[in-house]
Design a binder for this molecule. Structure first.
Ligand code: KG4
Ligand code: ZN
Length: 349
């Protein structure tokens, strides 16, 4: 069974072909980062318009890459939500129409389920049950995953998402948008112990996060700096490294706590921030010290992509799921809604 996956929830147009027996056949991606960088953030209308331009050429390209024709596609999965309404609609309409014209089934899948399953695109995939640390530009959550569609929210951010905190701090330092990766690159030449920053909520017993205060602390330190241009360059790298380590300390500290509380030993880290080098190194160190196992996607599948949507769709098609002809996108869509017998979040508080 070959599933075409279509991702268009924000500023990346991703197409992929996933075969239920052979795994990922091919994927293509167009990132709109340069388009939005000019405005310092994603402009929803521009995002939708650009998706419209890219979807069909990228579909052709992914088929060429995989060496298949459209007629060999068994079904089509697309991102139903969460995301930008207009951007979601472009992918949903294209996917649903293509499925209709090919007389195959279509299915709208959850973007975060895609992220959560992304490490399963690798040769040595994690097995359920597991704890997932989902860290992206819009979400920071710890989820107990018992199986496909069996999700219990263990904790989440009460204010900024980790990626959002990275982006806002980077923007303030003049590193552009989205600046998470740039801040992380700069951090490599800095001293992570140079600037003392808080580890918000780390010592609280619950599994919630808060990054807004940490971001403000970094901005305050930045604004208070006075020195020569050469000193400023050094301070910038030190601040980036110190900020990055503070975020990673909190993310890993809470993840280990979540594993202890759930009695599970497998941690999956996914979403855009899972591309962070220091976070990946901390996960590797955790494996060595704690007899726990950590998985994260290859770099290109940390941020938004079509491969994770094709995989999530494939798993759900295998269970016999499919949509009617109507297209419904869900710009806001809590992941726990996918769980039929959702456990109370308060189980973990
Ligand atoms: O998953 P994603 O592509 O989009 C959402 O669904 O939000 O995540 C994008 C986020 C952005 O905030 C970006 O700055 C962050 O992931 N990010 C990083 C790194 N690469 C991407 N944050 C820290 N370090 C990185 N290397
Ligand atoms: Zn995402």
């Amino acid at each position: 069974m070959i599933t075409l996956g279509v991702e268009s929830s924000c500023d990346e147009t991703g197409l992929a072909l996933y075969c239920s027996s052979q795994g990922l056949l091919a994927h293509t991606l167009f990132s709109q980062v340069d388009l939005h960088a000019l405005y310092g953030g994603v402009v929803p209308e521009l995002a939708s318009r650009d998706h419209v331009k890219r979807l069909v050429p990228l579909t052709r390209e992914v088929c060429d890459k995989a060496g298949i024709t459209l007629s060999q596609i068994s079904n089509v999965a697309y991102t139903r939500g969460p995301g930008l309404a207009g951007a979601l609609l472009t992918g949903a309409m294209m996917a649903r129409s293509l499925a209709w014209s090919l007389d195959v089934q279509a299915l709208g899948v959850h973007h975060l389920e895609g992220h959560l399953l992304a490490p399963m695109l690798e040769e040595q995939p994690p097995a359920f049950p597991l704890v997932c640390l989902l860290v992206s530009g819009g979400h920071t959550q710890l989820i107990e995953v018992r199986g496909l569609g069996d999700y219990t929210l263990m904790g989440e951010t009460i204010d900024d998402a980790a990626g959002e905190a990275f982006d806002k701090t980077a923007k303030m330092m003049g590193l552009g948008y989205p600046g998470g990766a740039a801040l992380s690159a700069l951090a490599q030449s800095g001293d992570a112990k140079a600037v003392s920053l808080p580890r918000p909520m780390l010592n609280r017993p619950n599994l919630d996060f808060s990054f807004s205060g940490l971001k403000t602390a970094a901005i305050t330190r930045w604004k208070a700096f006075s020195g020569t241009e050469a000193e400023r360059q050094i301070f910038m790298a030190d601040l980036a490294a110190s900020f990055e380590l503070a975020v990673v300390d909190v993310l890993m500290g809470k993840s280990v706590k979540a594993l202890e509380q759930s009695g599970l030993s497998t941690l999956v880290i996914s979403g855009g921030v899972s591309a962070n080098r220091t976070l990946r190194a901390a996960a590797d160190a955790m494996q060595r010290n704690e007899k726990l196992t950590a998985f994260y996607p290859r770099l290109e599948f940390c941020t938004d992509n079509g491969a994770m949507i094709a995989l999530a769709g494939s798993r759900r098609f295998m269970r016999g799921e499919a949509d009617e002809l109507a297209v419904n996108v869900r710009p806001r869509w809590p992941l726990e809604e996918l769980t039929s017998n959702s456990k109370l979040r308060s189980d973990y508080q």
